[in-house]
Design a protein around this ligand. Structure first.
Ligand code: GLU
Ligand code: ZN
Length: 293
């Protein structure tokens, strides 16, 4: 059986410059793809209106400055609205969506089923009558579109975490402002571009069951996941701009590569050298505590 090589990817949101933790995740995604004979794709996740083209340009420059390369042109999600529309139309045609009129506050204050996790959608708008829906439509808030999910959890397979089972609720497919939701866009884009390996920060591990379930509904197989440890500051919190010198412009290319190599236990401080030393089984499982110089 012959099959075309799959692809890995990095998918930054251009809301702020990449920090050393994001750069390290990008290098790991590239190493995972290149050591498994995959193509490596770059996708700018610019659907949200708090993203900026000039930030995207700096992110791509930074990744190239580290020595990373990617195959084909960089994709921008804003250029692919029809993909998301088609997927949503397909799910709606199969009766798998419903309009949701809830605010965030409504969702947090609604009674939850026993064992339902905080923040999971309580099902408020799932089975409204036509009359109730008509009534809610007149209240002004443009509805979000949610998936009518028929599971409450789903299991994915992760290179670093093994089998991981997590919550699947009636996730948002299209936000009230009309923007395709993150979970939908990721699944549709990964499938449309032949991505079968997803390497990203482990803050997204808990989203992967929702995404794999949605992929299955759309007839796609789930990618191989590798959720890598985040980089934290000295207080054990997620690294942020206010922690000091954390971007490539602040740290410098050579120093950033040296710090990332040290954090992964590699002698070589070039991405080409790391390629020879890369062994997924030996990746650190603990967060990297970063102390800016
Ligand atoms: N754009 C997302 C982020 O920067 C990553 C999405 C993904 O890798 O699935 O956090
Ligand atoms: Zn609702």
């Amino acid at each position: 059986m012959s099959r075309s090589p799959g692809a890995g990817r990095f998918a930054p949101s251009p809301s702020a410059d990449l920090h050393i933790g994001n750069l390290r995740t990008a290098i790991l995604a590239w190493l995972f793809a290149r050591t498994t004979g995959r193509r490596f794709l770059m996708r700018v996740e610019d659907l949200d209106d708090r993203t900026f083209p000039e930030v995207a340009a700096r992110q791509l420059d930074d990744l190239a400055a580290l020595g990373l390369d990617w195959d084909g042109p960089t994709e921008y999600q804003t250029a692919h609205g029809h993909r998301y529309d088609a997927a949503i139309a397909e799910l709606s045609g199969r009766g798998l969506t419903f309009e949701c009129y809830c605010s965030r506050k409504d969702i947090l204050s609604a009674p939850r089923a026993p064992h339902a996790p905080e923040g999971a959608y309580p099902g408020t708008c799932r089975d409204l009558t036509d009359a109730q829906r008509e009534q809610r439509r007149t209240t002004g808030r443009p509805p979000a579109l949610r998936l009518r999910s028929d599971v409450t959890e789903y299991t994915v397979s992760d290179v670093l975490h093994g089998d991981y089972t997590g919550v699947v609720d009636d996730l948002v497919l299209r936000r009230g402002d009309g923007v395709p939701a993150y979970n939908l866009a990721v699944v549709v884009d990964d499938a449309a571009t032949g991505i079968d390996q997803v390497v990203r920060g482990d803050d997204l591990l808990s989203s992967s069951p929702r995404q794999a379930y949605l992929a299955a509904l759309l007839g796609h197989s789930a990618p191989v996941y590798a959720h890598v440890p985040l980089v934290l500051n000295a207080e054990g919190k997620r690294l942020a701009k206010r922690d000091g010198a954390v971007t490539l412009a602040e740290i410098g290319v050579a120093a950033a590569l040296r710090q990332i190599a040290d954090s992964l236990g590699y002698r070589s401080a070039t991405v080409g050298g790391m390629l020879d030393e890369f062994d997924p089984a030996r990746l650190p499982r603990e967060p990297w505590i970063y102390r800016p110089a």
